[in-house]
Design a protein around this ligand. Structure first.
Ligand SMILES: Nc1ncnc2c1ncn2[C@@H]1O[C@H](COP(=O)(O)OP(=O)(O)O)[C@@H](O)[C@H]1O
Ligand SMILES: O=P(O)(O)O[C@H]1O[C@H](CO)[C@@H](O[C@H]2O[C@H](CO)[C@@H](O)[C@H](O)[C@H]2O)[C@H](O)[C@H]1O
Length: 534
């Protein structure tokens, strides 16, 4: 579409009141959304029925009254679900929808269909997920690349950034917590599906890292937010005001041809290749990101009372997970021991540094660039299920390290070896190499804080049990294996033997390493895996 045509379309000059002002709009969409929203991967309230929706805000991004061209609506809606009341406004389940409105849906968009309202202002029209329609995505980018305001929506372009017009859109359809669209293989727009009042760390931290000149994270090029969504009536019966802007989407440079760490790890496992060079380089990248975050955003020292609070939070999450997933219950007491070790750490006046961290680091959040083979880190949103305030809090940086260690275990258990002895040894070595790389590049040596590492790895495994039970039940055995291992480890041992850094690890041939490998380890190569040599 030409710039003039798209600008005209986006101007949306109406000769009628906007359809979003019609009182019957949301009621007419509710029956469709009650079917469609709970089926989406990003829907957080799985397992509880949706009894209705409240409208938080609505904007007409493209007029919906043209018969030949699709219209586009922007909605923030809050799902009504019976159950325990929300603890904070951030806990409420508010979702962002971009709806296409057309007379008839072209067959190529059949998978995007939401439904056809039987009454209200869109009677007889077809409503569908606009983020699956490349044409509507391209128009959304046209809106985004020019700073400005539309109703409650505010569009911002980063400093010294000029986004070209007319980039072709390619919606991503993989399993994701949010919805992403690639434009001209030059930019990627991530549209957050859960909308919480407050700056999303996936905008906040990359902006801070760009200020700190950290080149490990693609800098935001443009973003859009919603300002003050007015009073809403969530399930807890209290009226909340969304005082802070809600971050809705972020556009960043697309690392074309980059491969993600998860895929690279699975590739390595499939040919029985060592991964220690890559893991070590990833450790370096992670430490660089942590250092830059600590330099540019607030930090604090955690003392005994903080450690008590952290341990209590972990124990509460364990209890909640065990209520939802019975398989966890037999391990509950022994897992708790890992958390109970934390407060005693502060007894001698020992303190631990806390800072802003990634919050959900795993191999799928790392990208290795095609040309120079350098690791980047993406997706700073934190664990999507946690309240925003908690995700924006300072924490020990080793929490990210523990999370990444879980990811090597996941790869080994879900990859081609299916958790055989060779794969588990692969994971042990990759984990140790990551820790070593992290410490080499200035991060706190994970071996020096075994209790913290064990507590955070346990907390992460518990999170994963709940995550898999909700989203991918077939994957549940993977974190359950970690739960059994962590519950079996002697809580008085100090260092978990699975975390110990073997000084000889991290040296095998690794086709994906971006650092010079050290002297090779002949006992662990692609051609001679330990159990194959007999
Ligand atoms: N800057 C980028 N360059 C290249 N690919 C990216 C970039 N950002 C994200 N991706 C790809 O898009 C996918 C989804 O991004 P992510 O931020 O992890 O979204 P979600 O929170 O929905 O999981 C990632 O797995 C990655 O492959
Ligand atoms: O969608 P996000 O990337 O924000 O993160 C969520 O989904 C992840 C899975 O896609 C999940 O990660 C878990 O599975 C990974 C393999 O698919 C594994 O590498 C991670 O270690 C494991 O935690 C993540 O926990 C969840 O928040």
């Amino acid at each position: 579409m030409s710039e003039t045509a798209s600008t005209r379309a986006l101007q949306g000059r109406h000769h009628r009141p906007p359809v979003t002002a019609a009182p019957g709009l949301l009621p007419s969409l509710v029956p469709l959304l009650r079917e469609w929203v709970p089926r989406q991967r990003w829907f957080a309230g799985k397992g509880r029925p949706v009894t209705g929706f409240d409208l938080v805000s609505a904007a007409e991004l493209l007029p919906v009254d043209g018969p030949a061209t699709p219209g586009m609506l922007h909605l923030l809606i809050r799902a009504r679900q019976p159950g325990p009341p929300a603890r904070t406004p951030e806990d409420d389940d508010c979702y962002q929808l971009l709806l296409g409105v057309h007379d008839t849906l072209p067959p190529r968009l059949a998978h995007a269909l939401i439904g056809r309202p039987g009454d209200g202002p869109l009677t007889g029209r077809t409503v569908y997920d606009a983020l699956l329609d490349p044409r509507l995505c391209a128009l959304l980018l046209e809106r985004l690349r020019v700073p400005g305001q539309l109703g409650a929506l505010r569009f911002t372009v980063g400093p010294d950034t000029a986004i070209p017009a007319g980039l072709a859109a390619r919606p991503l359809t993989g399993e994701q917590s949010n919805t992403s669209v690639v434009f001209g293989e030059a930019y990627i727009l991530k549209v957050f599906r859960r909308a919480s009042p407050g700056l999303n760390p996936d905008l906040e931290l990359p902006l801070a890292l760009a200020r700190a000149k950290c080149s490990r994270v693609p800098p935001p090029a443009a973003w859009f937010e919603s300002q003050a969504a007015g009073p809403v009536q969530p399930a807890d019966g209290h009226r909340h005001h969304a005082a802070e802007p809600i971050t809705l989407g972020v556009l960043t440079p697309f690392l074309d041809g980059a491969a993600d760490g998860w895929q690279l790890a699975l590739n390595a496992l499939s040919v029985r290749a060592d991964f220690t060079g890559s893991a070590r380089a990833l450790g370096h990248a992670t430490a660089e990101v942590h250092t830059a975050l600590a330099e540019t955003l607030p930090t604090t020292e955690l003392r005994r009372t903080h450690l008590e609070l952290i341990a209590t939070g972990m124990a509460e999450r364990l209890d909640a997970a065990a209520r939802a997933v019975p398989a966890l219950r037999p391990y509950r007491n022994r897992l708790r021991a890992a958390f109970q070790a934390l407060p005693s750490l502060g007894e001698d006046g020992r303190t631990f540094a806390a800072q802003r961290i990634h919050g959900d680091l795993h191999l799928g959040q790392t990208l290795r660039t095609a040309g120079e083979g350098r690791w980047s880190v993406i997706d700073f949103e934190g664990e999507p299920a946690r309240p925003l305030a908690e995700r924006r809090d300072v924490q020990p940086a080793v929490r990210d390290v523990a999370a990444m260690l879980r990811s090597f275990d996941y790869a080994a258990r879900s990859g081609p070896g299916g958790g055989d002895a060779w794969s588990l040894e692969w994971a042990r070595r990759a984990r140790a190499a990551f820790c070593r790389g992290y410490a080499e590049a200035g991060g706190l040596d994970p071996d020096s804080v075994p209790e913290l590492m064990r507590a955070y790895e346990t907390d992460k495994a518990v999170y994963e049990v709940l995550y898999e039970a909700r989203h991918r039940p077939d994957w549940l055995p993977i974190p359950m294996a970690a739960v059994r291992r962590l519950a079996g480890a002697d809580p008085h041992l100090g260092t978990d033997p699975h975390l110990t850094t073997d000084p000889h690890v991290g040296a095998g041939p690794d086709p994906y390493a971006d650092t010079e490998p050290e002297e090779g380890d002949p006992s662990f190569t692609a051609s001679a895996p330990p159990e194959d040599r007999s």
